[in-house]
Write a protein that binds this ligand. Structure first.
Ligand code: AP5
Length: 215
């Protein structure tokens, strides 16, 4: 399975990709997580990305495209992969098409997880994430088993810097102008599948599996 997860920030892409990764036993490539790891490690890439991310802006295409090109050519992507948060602009989508053509690895589906902006703002304010593996939780909708610690790697949960309400609103604006056009892009390619992302996490997961024809 080669899958792109589309959807606004906070729509639940990371939450659903955790489920899909276990189901298909394939890696998730989250460009946001890669940037956050680089920020934590204070690498040159992390320093560049941080200035954009803190403002709720997209990191420039050239930085993201090179990173993804390198990552998807690794052996663990041969059997499939989930792209979470990439592509996010039309130039990124075009670059991805070229990369996948060269590797002879066509995308099966682009899954759009649809959630209204007002629900997203509420979700982000309650989100916590694992400082180590990036797994995402929610103070109301998805509680961790041991308070304050990740279920998978037991590391502390933190609040993301870009989850402040004003930054979330900025990210939503950026989504509507730069990323939403990808829905049409993949619809024209006949790859688009749509899922209503509102409801209990498990309910949304069931819709996702149905849309991907694995149930
Ligand atoms: P990134 O890390 O990709 O963030 P995002 O797309 O903004 O998505 P999020 O991780 O915020 O949300 P999500 O959809 O994964 O939702 P989640 O499952 O956590 O990108 C961050 C930044 O990096 C960007 O702003 C940009 O600067 C840069 N960047 C990354 N990729 C880039 C690219 N390709 N090009 C340029 N720049 C790039 O869920 C959210 C919350 O809701 C959680 O608390 C969760 O528990 C909860 N939740 C999930 N599902 C449900 C449900 N059904 N009901 C109730 N709550 C739910």
């Amino acid at each position: 399975m080669r899958l792109i997860l589309l959807g606004a920030p906070g729509a639940g892409k990371g939450t659903q990709s955790d489920m899909l990764m276990k189901l298909f036993k394939i890696p998730t490539i989250s460009t946001g997580n890669i940037f956050r790891e680089n920020i934590a490690g204070n690498t040159p890439l992390g320093q560049q990305a941080k200035t954009y991310m803190d403002e709720g802006q997209l990191v420039p295409d050239e930085l993201v495209i090179e990173l993804v090109k390198d990552r998807i050519s690794k052996d663990d992507c041969k059997e499939g992969m989930i792209l979470d948060g990439f592509p996010r602009t039309i130039p990124q989508a075009e670059a991805l098409d070229t990369m996948l053509d060269e590797l002879n690895m066509p995308i099966d589906f682009a899954l759009n997880v649809d959630v209204a902006d007002d629900i997203i703002v509420e979700r982000m304010s309650g989100r916590t994430v694992c400082a180590s593996c990036g797994a995402s939780y929610h103070k109301v909708y998805k509680l961790e088993k041991v308070a304050g610690n990740c279920d998978d790697c037991e590391q502390p949960l933190i609040q993301r810097d870009d989850d402040k309400v004003e930054t979330v609103k900025k990210r939503l604006d950026v989504y509507h102008t730069q990323t939403k056009p990808l829905i049409n892009y993949y619809e024209k390619q006949g790859k688009l599948v749509y899922v209503d992302g509102v409801g209990e996490v498990e309910e949304v997961s069931n819709r996702v599996k149905k849309a991907l024809r694995v149930e």
